[in-house]
Design a protein around this ligand. Structure first.
Ligand SMILES: Cc1cc2nc3c(=O)[nH]c(=O)nc-3n(C[C@H](O)[C@H](O)[C@H](O)COP(=O)(O)OP(=O)(O)OC[C@H]3O[C@@H](n4cnc5c(N)ncnc54)[C@H](O)[C@@H]3O)c2cc1C
Length: 229
């Protein structure tokens, strides 16, 4: 598939992951290729025109479907489409696009907040399950509350299957008395290691702050990869 290929695809599965995050799985058209971590642009008809919204692929190339993880924003144009789309409905999209991809096997630390986990889970699975990367791979996943967590079963499964993978969850506003994991923002838990590469995905503030922390420790900028939502 060329970079700007447009295609229409059917929704085959819809999963509610949290109160405001849903996973959508679409048919993968024949010949559709992409690299883990890339995104598609959804083509959404609005007021007689088409508007584009970028959504990262949370699947990886070996998967049979194109998967996305969408945070439903109140009154958001694409959010409304994602919320109302039913299994069997079609959506137009184009892509793949983006350079948030992993081309080097070296120790890697992933930092994700909220739906920033979407491209990162695809890259992590691709490194472990397809590329058989045996370097140390770690993830810090930050959300506000315990109820905002998703894919921890999948992360646990990867952790038990691949000894080079580990992950930690941190809650920035834990209200839950039974929470025994990390507290605070992801910036409080960055492991500084100049021989690692870093992949950051989430809000502009988080990405800027982590980049600043890494740059202060003289991390080589070519080893800091980021995607801002
Ligand atoms: C490379 C890339 C990858 C991305 N991947 C993902 C992903 O995997 N998952 C994901 O959830 N998001 C992702 N995003 C973000 C996504 O592209 C959208 O920006 C996001 O989902 C909001 O789109 P929307 O159409 O629902 O909301 P929009 O219509 O763009 O609105 C955004 C917010 O602004 C508010 N708003 C809109 N118009 C007004 C107005 N006139 N006045 C006041 N408020 C207003 C809306 O209520 C809404 O809360 C990605 C972004 C990029 C750049």
């Amino acid at each position: 598939m060329v970079e700007t290929a447009k295609f229409s695809t059917k929704l085959v599965q819809k999963n509610q992951l949290t109160r405001d995050v849903i996973e959508l799985r679409f048919e993968k058209p024949a010949g559709c290729t992409y690299q883990a971590g890339q995104f598609m642009q959804w083509i959404i008809p609005k007021d007689g025109k088409n508007v584009l919204r970028a959504y990262s692929l949370s699947s990886c190339p070996i998967d049979k479907t194109l998967n996305f993880c969408v945070k439903i924003l109140p009154n958001g144009t694409a959010s409304k489409i994602a919320k109302n789309l039913k299994v069997g409905d079609s959506l137009e999209m184009q892509g793949p696009r983006g350079r948030f991809v992993c081309n080097e096997a070296k120790p890697t630390q992933f930092v994700a907040t909220g739906v920033g986990l979407a491209p990162i889970i695809g890259i992590i699975r691709d490194e472990l399950e397809s590329k058989f990367n045996t370097e140390k791979i770690s993830l810090i996943f930050g959300v506000r509350h315990k109820e905002d967590l998703f894919w921890t079963d999948l992360l646990d499964e990867l952790k038990s299957k691949f000894t080079n993978f580990d992950y930690h969850v941190t809650l920035s506003r834990p209200e839950e008395t039974d929470w025994v994991g990390l507290h605070g923002r992801v910036t409080d838990h960055i492991q500084k290691n100049t021989s690692s590469q870093y992949f950051l995905c989430g809000s502009p503030n988080m990405v800027t702050e982590v980049k600043n922390i890494l740059q202060e420790q003289s991390q080589d900028p070519k080893d800091i990869h980021f995607e801002i939502f």
